[in-house]
Design a protein around this ligand. Structure first.
Ligand code: S3P
Length: 439
């Protein structure tokens, strides 16, 4: 499926984006292994999160779904059963890395695999520390490469042993994987970060009654049974970001994003936009285990900046759309310290720079970032590189384009934000969807 996006328009109105992807994955996993019935509201029914639901069902957990409400009959820490076939995570890096930690300490074997893109994502970052905990895991190492890729095969072990582990890259996926493994470990598991990554796992583990202690840079967990609870998921700031940035960079746009998660470890996009001159107001803040708020944005002319590297982790999924903001800003914006973008659903530095260059944007590529000059945006036919966030980010460039933008292969948008096109059109974009053969 491809998008054909007409140029111009503005964003106006109130927006309710869907539930947070990171929190939805975690709620299903913790609900599955807790004791009692967990209920979840505002669950994100995207392909990625639905794969986590299917995987938990394949592990013997009963899960009922009615629209965005889930009811999970938790089986307790030691109640999961051996699945009858390999577990399929689709495109979901978060799903496979978190569940890898969950399954590392089980007394049955499992195989974890994904689609062609996920099977090229690096897994050594979780396999190595899990092996240090005593897990028996192997993966694919083509041509004896040091990197390890899915499918991952986990063999049964009697138990794991807690470790103290300093994360080599700030990553909530690695941290969460090790915390889940820590639930099956003797002794405590301590994780040390150089920069605190998103802390949804820590907050939710505490909500489920885990023994967990956190400081600014460390998390320590000691195993205990978890107790079922109700999880109300905030709307996803990473989905809201496409409209937040779109409205912020466009004079005449004015939107209100309702009930968005504003966890401080996810607020990088707001800090960066404000430094670029954006007019953003945070209203109606509520602090229930995850803080939420309404975010009002009025469009203005953004200005180029040097993006402080301290905000990179807090904005890690928002760089594709921030690259678009830089392309429409006045002056030059420099992004550095973005090595991790090279190993997301696509190489996001390469994918976005190819798309933006085709739209006439002047930029320079570094190993760890981009320098982007505010430019006149043309139309053109672009590729998503199979990456949902690249597809959605390039769509938003149409606000400034002088001719239609066609984006090939927009199907992956379903992995995180199935309602994207509908909401974008309601706000004022003109996106038409076409199958390949129709053109
Ligand atoms: C996520 C963590 C981030 C982010 C991903 C979701 C999570 O990945 O990019 O989309 O839910 O823990 P890393 O932990 O690899 O940075």
């Amino acid at each position: 499926m491809k998008f054909i996006v007409l140029p111009g328009g503005s964003l106006q109105g109130e927006v309710v984006v869907a539930g947070d992807k990171s929190i939805s994955h975690r709620a299903v996993i913790l609900g599955a292994i807790s004791q009692g019935v967990t209920t979840i509201s505002n669950f994100l029914s995207s392909e990625d999160c639905l794969h986590t639901v299917s995987v938990c069902r394949a592990l013997g957990v009963q899960i009922e779904q009615h629209e965005d409400q889930l009811r999970i009959e938790g089986v307790g820490l030691h109640g999961l059963c051996a699945p009858s076939q390999p577990l399929d995570f689709g495109n979901a890096g978060t799903g496979i890395r978190l569940v890898c930690g969950l399954l590392a300490g089980q007394n049955f074997s499992t195989t974890l695999q994904g689609d062609a893109s996920l099977n090229q994502r690096p897994m050594r970052r979780v396999v190595n520390p899990l092996r240090q905990m005593g897990a028996q895991i192997s993966g694919q190492q083509p041509n004896n490469s040091e990197e390890i890729f899915p499918p991952l095969v986990i063999s049964p072990v009697r138990h794991l042993t807690g470790i103290e582990y300093a994360l080599p890259v700030p990553s909530a996926q690695i941290k969460s994987c090790l915390l889940l493994a820590g639930l099956y470990a003797n002794g405590s598991t301590t994780i040390i970060e150089t920069k605190k990554s998103r802390d949804h796992s820590e907050r939710m583990l505490a909500q489920f009654g885990a023994h967990i202690e956190t400081t600014d840079r460390t998390v320590k967990l000691t195993s205990t049974e978890l107790t079922a609870c109700h999880v109300d998921i905030p709307n996803d700031i990473s989905s809201a970001a496409f409209f937040l940035v779109g409205a912020a960079m466009h004079i005449g746009s004015h939107i209100l994003l309702k009930n968005v998660g504003i966890n401080p470890t996810r607020m990088g996009v707001v800090h960066i936009l404000r430094k670029m001159g954006a007019k953003i107001e945070i209203k109606n803040v509520k602090n229930t285990p995850e803080p939420t708020a309404d975010i009002e944005v009025k469009g203005t002319q953004l200005i180029g900046i040097e993006v402080p590297q301290e905000w990179v982790v807090d904005a890690i999924d928002e760089f594709p759309i921030l690259f678009v903001a830089a392309s429409c800003a006045k002056g030059t914006t420099v992004f550095k310290g973005l090595h991790e973008l090279r190993v997301k659903e696509s190489d996001r530095i390469a994918a976005m720079s190819e798309g933006l260059k085709k739209l006439g944007v002047v930029l320079e590529i570094f190993a760890d970032g981009l320098m982007i000059q505010g430019s006149t945006i043309l139309g053109g036919e672009l590729e998503s590189f199979g990456d949902h966030r690249v597809a959605m980010a390039l769509t938003m460039a149409s606000l400034f384009a002088s001719a239609p933008i066609v984006i090939n292969n927009c199907d992956p948008i379903k992995t995180s934000f199935p309602q994207f096109r509908k909401i974008a059109n309601t706000l004022g974009l003109q996106i038409e969807e076409k199958a390949f053969e129709e053109l």
